[in-house]
Design a binder for this molecule. Sequence first.
Ligand SMILES: *Cc1c(COP(=O)(O)O)cnc(C)c1O
Length: 387
Amino acid sequence: MAPEIRSFMEEQVKNNALRELVEVSPAPGGRVIVGGKEYLNLSSNDYLGLSCHALMASEIIRSLSGSVVTSPSSRLLTGTTPAHTVLENRMAEWKAGEAALIFNSGYQANIGIISAIAGRKDVVFADRLVHASMVDGARLSGAKLIRFRHNDMEHLSSLLEKERSRYDKALILTESVFSMDGDMAPLAEVTTLKERFDCLLMVDEAHATGVFGRSGAGMMEAIGYAARADIIMGTFSKAIAGFGAYAVLSEAMRAYLVNSCRSFIYTTALPVYVVAANMAGLDLVQMEPWRRKTLLVNADILRRALTEEGCDTRGNSQIIPIITGGNDRTMRISAWLRRKGYWVAPVRPPTVPDGGSRIRVSLSAEHTSGMLERFARDMGEALKKNG
Ligand SMILES: *Cc1c(COP(=O)(O)O)cnc(C)c1O
């Protein structure tokens, strides 16, 4: 192996930062089985517990009754089936947009859309904590990338004041519910700034879709601003428990992306059984609002219990980070929690800032209050025992 690659891997080991794949079997009831042992699953994006829903399986099977069951080509050739069109129309309607476009994953949507919209003469303003796929899209675009401090509108405003006029187009990127801090962007203020400084706005609702908003359509719906963003994207693979992603946008923007977005054009369309899973997930989000209510009640229960245990938590969503500080301590706490039967993710730099290592809990509507209270007590003990 090349010496650079070998030394990179040695550094990963030395920094206690080696990433490895672990084989797990997700189980119903917010659990996961690993190496024959059952754990409480606190690191799943299946927020509503839909991944094991009977309707999901039956709709996937029903979609396989046609004679062509896999995807024959890209969307622009013979990959756009009636099911794709129905799903796009349903997404546009639900998210209060003019049109929608399906992508094969959130990662592909973000890198493709951002690099199609922005170019060398443009500027991208991105919240410091936006998802890696948005950062990669901005880099790929060749535009000037300027990061603003997380959720800091004064900082964004001063950067816009100073930099906006030096570029042609400007694009503002934010998430609505942030994946690492579990907090929310001040979307009303972001929208005001976007309008004042003549920018395009793209909001990533990956963690808000299916969870927030009256009909579960996300934060932009919750605050009544859906029509004022240029692009609202999200993935089918989190609360909706399917696979792939969508962007809600104007008809004109949709047509532009169909002509210019390379991660949309040069890839095979999602197969019909995946579209059927996405549709079933969407149906369930709309038909069973109790799931998102239970999820957010669970989040309240756990946040309160963790605070009583003296934990430093962030945010106000179904994602609850517990700040643990340095890498080594976080790894010790994580191992301790594993032994106690919790499958929970340690998150370390570079995913989060130095010194901001954390245990990141993501909840499910399937967890019970008893499970969460027991976890909070064990988390409190983990912090004391691993000081
Ligand atoms: C998960 C996630 C993505 C990527 O979506 P995939 O469909 O899994 O590729 C993009 N943005 C955010 C904020 C995410 O959490």
